[in-house]
Write a protein that binds this ligand. Structure first.
Ligand code: GLP
Length: 242
């Protein structure tokens, strides 16, 4: 695992956007695994700026969602499908057809999970998976004690994660769904390159446990230690407990 400490979130965004641009120049139809939450926004902004400046051709690029809430009505602004369309697909000018995601509104959620794992494999696998990290060390929505070999499946959110994410639902924790679909840890580890970005002091404990602790299901992100090509980009605040 490579750990890169950057001065701030903007520098982390520039660094990772640069890695995505390098990838797209080598492989124009690369499949990018994208994360939601506040942390990756500087990456998407830096990438969109490069695209607008004509620095990279994204006409063949494809994106894949990491996770999704279960049960939000279609088109809900906080469904991760809506978030990825708004923050990644539209600013980069990608075709919505180039976008893979699990169906959080499916009647048969288990079948939707299995279909998503298959879709990722049929698409040739994720080339670069961008990850954030929860304050409890979760990646995607793999909460603590998720199996390190897990595949895409339905999970129940912890109260802590629902409280953390309430800010996206007008601060009302009751509006945050209880259930989600998430790529499993095993699914995430299938990506060719994992890039985790963590910024701010609130992530310092989770980052220290991920990088310096044992590989353990209680800290899902520690599974990155098992991956042959994992990069952890942290600002100085998130690195403060390393
Ligand atoms: C959610 C997402 C994760 C994300 C995490 C942290 O739980 N499912 O993919 O990493 O939030 O979000 P933030 O970056 O806003 O702290």
């Amino acid at each position: 695992m490579e750990v890169v400490i950057v001065p701030d979130a903007a520098a982390g965004g520039e660094l990772i956007a640069g890695a995505v641009v390098d990838l797209l120049r080598r492989k124009p139809d690369a499949l990018l695994g994208v994360a939601t939450g506040s942390t990756p926004i500087p990456v998407y902004e830096a990438l969109a700026a490069t695209v607008r400046a004509g620095g990279v051709d994204v006409s063949q690029a494809r994106v894949a969602q990491l996770d999704e809430y279960v049960g939000l009505p279609a088109g809900h602004p906080e469904s991760y499908r809506s978030v990825v369309l708004r923050e990644v697909v539209e600013p980069l000018g990608l075709s919505p057809d180039a976008f893979l995601g699990p169906d959080g509104a499916a009647h048969d959620v288990q079948a939707a999970c299995e279909a998503y794992d298959k879709a990722l494999a049929w698409a040739g696998g994720v080339d670069l998976q961008l990850l954030g990290i929860g304050t409890d060390g979760h990646i995607g929505f793999n909460e603590p004690c998720s199996s390190l070999a897990s595949r895409t499946r339905i999970k129940t959110l912890t109260e802590r994660t629902r409280r953390d994410n309430a800010r996206f639902f007008g601060g009302d924790v009751d509006q945050v769904p209880h259930h989600v679909i998430t790529q499993g840890i095993g699914t995430i580890l299938d990506a060719r390159h994992l890039v985790l970005l963590a910024t701010g002091e609130g992530k310092a404990d989770a980052v220290a446990a991920t990088v310096e602790g044992p590989v353990a299901a209680i800290v899902p992100a520690s599974a990155l230690q098992l991956h042959p090509h994992a990069t952890v980009v942290v600002d100085e605040a998130a690195a403060s407990k390393l």
